[in-house]
Write a protein that binds this ligand. Structure first.
Ligand code: HEM
Length: 534
């Protein structure tokens, strides 16, 4: 022992020797009393306490006059709640005030409940930009166009608008018809195979919508197996889209599986882009959205070439948007954003639509009658754009479904500079700010008896005039690019189904309860049975 003590004293720097150092730097008074018993554990504890206090102070500073809990669960906040969000919890937030807040890990989140606050956020591109959810950057790629902001976003979007005009949509309708025919048949077979036992149908609708998107977006450049694989794996992508995720992708977590599935879809779509380019260059007809975009790029290239060569071009030949050429991968990335934006929302809308129709046979009868009349009694006729234009009741049913159960209840935005949203509240840069859709759609002033499903409010009532409350597809520079397409698809789907099938919903105590899975679904996943119509 003596030898040890000597060793320490003679060969090691005195300041590194725990028994020597306090004497060398002998402090006095309060500091002395603190350092006297200083150990690594006390150091860590002090750091932790300081961090907790800082976290609480920061939360209070950001919260200001916004309604929210007095204290934050240290660091993580209500993270566990946000992993499995409940509709009732969102509703409680909306009811708590026009602006309420929550802080999860490093994210400070402000939720706007009223129509006017929500509109203000949607329409303030100087202060906010969409942030989708944290995981979306990882799944879609940071360079994705949906993350562009300001002029860059407006310019990019202009080049896509032409893909969603009425004229363009009419060209994709045959793809939709084929998908509806095939899935109606599958629904009938599945119900027959289970001997008409009521079965949860939500995942069937998700699959149907995925197939519809794939066929409309990339036509037959993808095989049936490819579509099936995307449909099977897509829920992994949805599952990765929690409002707040763990900041890095850890193996075997939801974000990891989601990223793998997203990469697979991107790879499939990249192959489709190469095929579409070859076919369109050979003068093929436009059969899907990808073709339409590739054709617009080819037309732009031809126009540019003529201009470069000094050839006179009549102004009527100038494309409405002169596009640059996009790589196969860029095309795939953009088409993937359409799938990403549409899949959950259209799946939710179709699930509710079938449930609501089954529960209200008198409304389904009217849809059926309108569809039969427009087809002059021939149930097999495919829907055309003209027919869809002349189905006011079916349109009203779709709009009322979207109002009554708006698929996207909130849209996350990121505050990019301190945002003075009201006289008393400035939301700090870096916060997440979320305009809400649900409360505007259930506003009694705009939609009397808002909690009842009443398609007639769109025909004889005043619903059509409540444009300020119609936030189902957002508003402002990022409003939904696919809104007309989505509504026409839903009209076409329910019309066709009403021609060939009868279906029955088995209500459970949870049928009207709302499950949040990126968008909203009936809590019991909608128990249905389908039978052929004689
Ligand atoms: C019922 C179905 C749908 C609903 C309820 C819905 C709703 C929304 C909402 C709320 C937004 C955010 C708008 C904003 O921030 O102001 C949005 C954005 C978007 N939606 Fe949809 N959507 C639907 C279907 C579709 C479909 C079928 C497509 C594509 C074919 C699509 C493409 C997009 C795109 C690309 C954006 C981002 C636009 C941008 O940032 O400029 N959506 N949608």
């Amino acid at each position: 022992m003596v030898e040890m003590a000597n060793l320490t004293g003679s060969f090691v720097s005195p300041s590194a020797d725990a028994t020597v150092s306090p004497q060398l730097f002998a402090p006095a008074g309060l500091v002395a009393s603190i350092l006297d018993g200083f150990t690594i554990w006390k150091g860590l504890l002090t750091f932790l306490v300081a961090a907790v206090i800082y976290d609480q102070f920061k939360y209070h500073y950001l919260k200001g006059a916004i309604v929210g809990p007095m204290y934050k669960i240290p660091f993580m906040g209500p993270f566990l709640q946000s992993v499995n969000p409940k509709f009732t919890e969102y509703k409680a937030k909306w009811d708590s005030g026009e602006l309420s807040c929550v802080s999860v890990f490093h994210k400070f989140v402000v939720i706007a409940s009223t129509r006017d606050m929500s509109r203000k956020i949607f329409n303030s591109p100087t202060y906010v930009k969409p942030c989708v959810v944290d995981a979306a950057h990882k799944l879609l790629g940071k360079t994705n166009w949906v993350f562009l902001d300001g002029k860059a976003h407006v310019d990019y979007r202009k080049g896509l608008n032409g893909l969603f005009t009425r004229q363009a949509l009419a060209m994709y309708l045959p793809r939709a018809e084929e998908v509806f025919n095939s899935y109606n048949q599958r629904f009938l077979e599945k119900s027959a195979a289970t001997n008409y036992t009521p079965t949860p149908w939500m995942s069937e609708f998700r699959e149907l919508m995925c197939a519809l998107s794939c066929r409309t977006f990339v036509g037959y450049y993808i095989t049936d197996e490819g579509v099936q694989k995307i449909a099977d794996d897509y829920y992994l992508i949805t599952a990765a889209l929690e409002l707040v995720n763990f900041p890095i992708i850890l193996p075997y977590t939801k974000t990891w599986y989601g990223k793998k599935a997203a990469d697979m879809v991107l790879m499939e779509f990249t192959k489709c882009a190469a095929k579409s380019k070859a076919r369109m260059a050979a003068g093929g007809e436009i059969s899907c959205i990808m073709d339409a975009w590739v054709k617009a790029q080819l037309d732009s290239a031809a126009y540019r070439e003529k201009i470069e060569k000094g050839i006179q071009v009549d102004s009527s030949e100038k494309p409405s948007q002169v596009l640059r050429e996009f790589s196969d991968y860029e095309i795939a990335q953009t088409i993937f954003t359409f799938l990403f934006a549409s899949q959950d929302a259209t799946s939710a809308a179709s699930t509710w639509l079938f449930q609501l129709m089954a529960d209200r046979p008198e409304i389904l009868d009217k849809v059926r009658e309108e569809n039969l009349n427009i087809r002059n009694g021939d149930r097999t006729l495919p829907a055309t754009m003209d027919m869809l234009d002349n189905m006011p009741y079916t349109r009203a049913v779709v709009k009322e479904t979207l109002r009554y159960r708006p698929p996207v209840i909130m849209v996350p935005y990121l505050v990019k500079k301190d945002f003075p949203i009201s006289e008393t509240v400035t939301v700090s840069k870096g916060s997440m700010i979320i305009p809400s859709v649900w409360p505007a759609c259930h506003d009694e002033e705009a939609y009397p008896n808002a909690d009842s499903f009443d398609p007639d409010r769109w025909i004889t009532g005043t619903a059509e005039q409540q444009t300020k409350n119609w936030l189902v597809f957002g508003t402002g520079p990022h409003y939904c690019l696919g809104q007309t397409y989505a509504q026409l698809s839903l009209m076409s789907m329910i019309g066709k189904a009403s021609m060939v099938m009868d279906w029955e919903h088995t209500p459970t105590p949870e049928s009207e309860d709302i499950k949040v899975f990126a968008t909203i679904f009936p809590q019991d996943d909608c128990l249905l049975t389908f039978r052929p119509r004689a």
